[in-house]
Design a protein around this ligand. Structure first.
Ligand code: KDG
Length: 329
């Protein structure tokens, strides 16, 4: 693969089809769902592709219509899906979620034993053999994948080894999913992974699970995570924006963009990661990277589905400038 055409970013994980409630209200009474491609790392991949980055995605979907739907959706976004295998031995994983006007929305997974959970080290080695890591500068991982199965956890470890020897910057979004594993196991595995990557991204709740300090301030949480070994820790603070702490530096905070109507909050963190990675690849300082990341997160929650609102470069530029008209006509 020629370096100027190969991926700049590699990511891996489980792609799902998300059935998102069409209307607000409890799942028990929801009649209509809209289907979207989802999965944290796939969301990041699409976010980066919309920002003009070349991205390669490694994973498995079932050899079924839903798997095909995911492959077609990612391909249409320009994501390299050569490493997204159709595995005939298991179905594509599903996520069903309600939308609420008030209070947390319930998520139901149907992914145990899914094709995505069969991801393994061999999938990473195959991508490496195809040259996917050769041109790349960044590897993005999340804490969801190691929760899926022993083989998926192995794939994450292998990706870190391969990424490290290829000289990539490696980011890990802790993405704690309490429906996939218990907190003690998550804290131990995610804490171990945080020691092996360059950039750790988390929200305060996830950071507290790993550091064990539930009463610490965001600054103290970032500093405790930094002590684990990464050179940069970034905390997502929701509508308060974000905070970054680099080794040897002082905390940098950037306020979030006001979002008048939150249509669907899921996927904001992945959009944030896409903006952050894109900005760091472009050489942005922390202030600029957090602004870009915050704006991507805000854009994502203003539309239904994880990927619908991920901004293009032009949309992001208008959003950050915030001095244009209400309507473009
Ligand atoms: O961050 C969004 C993800 O939570 C969603 O797309 C599904 O990957 C997913 C998960 O495991 O929760």
């Amino acid at each position: 693969m020629a370096a100027d055409q190969g991926p700049e970013v590699v990511t891996l994980g489980e792609c799902l089809v998300a059935f998102v409630a069409a209307d607000l209200g409890p799942l028990a009474g929801t009649k209509t769902f809209h289907a979207y491609a989802a999965g944290a790392e796939a969301n990041v991949a699409v976010g980066l592709a919309r920002l003009g980055r070349r991205v390669s995605y490694i994973g498995r979907v079932g050899d079924d219509g839903l798997g095909l739907r995911i492959i077609q959706a990612l391909r249409a976004e320009g994501v390299d899906v050569e490493g997204l295998v159709r595995d005939g031995s298991a179905p594509t994983g599903l996520m069903i979620r309600e939308r609420r006007g008030l209070g947390p929305a319930e998520v139901v997974y149907a992914r145990s034993g899914s094709a995505g959970s069969r991801l393994g080290p061999e999938d990473v080695w195959a991508a490496e053999a195809r040259g996917a890591f050769g041109s790349a500068r960044w590897l993005h991982l999340t804490g969801i994948t190691p929760a899926l199965s022993p083989s998926a956890r192995g794939a994450v470890g292998t990706a870190i080894e391969v990424g490290r020897s290829a000289g990539l910057t490696i980011s890990l979004d802790l993405n704690l999913r309490r429906r996939l594993w218990n907190e003690d196991e998550a804290a131990s595995v995610l804490g171990g992974l945080a020691e092996r990557v360059d950039v750790v991204i988390a929200d305060p709740d996830e950071a507290a699970v790993v550091t064990g300090d539930r009463h610490a301030s965001p600054e103290a949480l970032a500093s405790a995570l930094l002590a684990r070994g990464p050179s940069l820790v970034v905390l997502k603070l929701g509508d308060r924006g974000s905070l970054a702490l680099e080794r040897g530096g002082s905390p940098v905070t950037v306020a979030g963009l006001a979002v008048p109507v939150v249509v669907d909050p899921v996927g904001a963190g992945d959009a944030f990661c896409a903006g952050l990675i894109d900005a760091r690849l472009a050489g942005s300082d922390l202030q600029g990277a957090l602004s870009r990341a915050n704006a991507c997160g805000a854009a994502a929650v203003a539309a239904e589905g994880d990927q619908t609102g991920l901004p293009t470069v032009a949309e992001l530029t208008r959003l950050i400038a915030d001095d244009g008209p209400d309507t473009l006509r």
